[in-house]
Design a protein around this ligand. Sequence first.
Ligand SMILES: Nc1ncnc2c1ncn2[C@@H]1O[C@H](COP(=O)(O)OP(=O)(O)O)[C@@H](O)[C@H]1O
Ligand SMILES: [Mg+2]
Length: 502
Amino acid sequence: MTLLLEMKNVHKRYPGVHALKGISFSLRAGELHALVGENGAGKSTLVKALGGVVAPDEGEILIRGNSARWSGPGDAIRAGVGIIHQELSLAPHLTVAENIYLGREPKRGPFIDGRKLADDATRLVEGFGVGIDVKRRAGTLSPGEQQLVEIAKAISQNVSILAMDEPTSSLSARETEQLFRVIAGLRASGTGIIYISHHLEEVFLLADRISVLRDGEMAGSADAKELTPERVVSLMVGRRIEALYPRTFRDPGDVLLDVRGLSRTGVLEDVSFTLRSGEILGVAGLVGSGRTELARCLVGLDPFDGGEIAVEGTPFTPRSPGDALDRGIVLVPEDRKRQGLFLNRTIRDNTIAMRLLQGLRKGPFVDRPASESLAGSFVQRLGVRCRNVFDSVFSLSGGNQQKVAIAKGLAVSPKILILDEPTRGVDVGAKAEIHQIMNDLAAQGMGILMISSDLPEVLGMSDAVLVFRDGRRVARFPRGEGAQGTLGERVMTAATGGIANA
Ligand SMILES: Nc1ncnc2c1ncn2[C@@H]1O[C@H](COP(=O)(O)OP(=O)(O)O)[C@@H](O)[C@H]1O
Ligand SMILES: [Mg+2]
């Protein structure tokens, strides 16, 4: 395949920071080359150097074999290099069409041909299968729509190299799908794509090649099929995964939950496992593999039509979350914004929402002092960053919202906690704090079922990993069975339909 781009020994220094330390990087036609690394690793600087936004201090950039010396982004675009920067850059007061053709509007005599402008823009945007009215002002678009408009703009400039700096961080699931379709089309037409993302799932879905930056250096680069998420994470952080997670493992205690042959037609089939006191069971699998359904059956949100559940040795058929709560089982759902929390209510109201079912009342009224001190104690224990318990949950960051969702569950003192994607959409710092909380809860004897699509998290936090596929529990891997790298591969293989171990 044609080599579109070659960067050789590129250095970039900012005052006090050596942001790129001799980076070499290449891109072929039709290839998607993912660039990953922790915050500050130098990813954005690399694409800025490529796009003529910053000038490298040393080294060489070759475009189709020709040395490129940009004096600004315009030069890069003329050479066929388009960059979608992390900070979106449309002019908010201009329309979509005006933004796309800014500075190169079609003319009729001395005037801008407004009709051709709109027609061209519409054709371009529609080529994406996205319904954006090109006469709208860019400032009124969602971040996802703005992103797609920026891509349309780059494509209209006939770029053959397109770099996207964290394109999906502000996109909805639907917009992400649209973006992936656009990317597939671009690759098919030979465009080379540099794709920066924190989402390793996405990276492994899309990438032909993956390069990992760490502290301005190239920590590793290989074909995606030669890498695993675990390997990429360890290249990113430069340490082994175990060192990243705060888990202190002990021998688990008594069986809290015993699930035998649980089935629900079309959803779950013959699922068996046990969860012990002090244990964290990771539940891995692809989206739709039955993991969330299992959680819903366990807390009585959905009925099951086969199998048995026992809690501490006593049979249990949950008919509602209230039943589950009575037996000490609580679910913190995946979609905290829609199912888990009342966003426009206070931290206090959310924390006590379930606890109210168990009392916390004075006569017919909520016991206010008790509920405030309860909420206050959780804010402190879980390190929720807020002014006080009367802040609305809406005003909190994703990580702190998730802590409130966990507080709401913990307020009823469960023995068994089911966490569905506990750290999705949460920043790195809060994620580490949530892991610490989980470790402490397990140390105090709670049994935790942790559904997660974050493979390093599953490997780093779990006593054992259950793998689900097509509604079945296809594997159970105890911790430390083989090196972590191999375990990660075995989990992925089982989840995606490779050979299962029973
Ligand atoms: N304009 C700038 N001035 C000074 N330092 C910068 C500037 N831009 C980035 N840096 C520094 O360069 C390093 C790499 O940053 P960046 O390329 O943005 O990383 P990433 O995109 O991987 O998060 C960081 O230490 C960052 O603080
Ligand atoms: Mg960046």
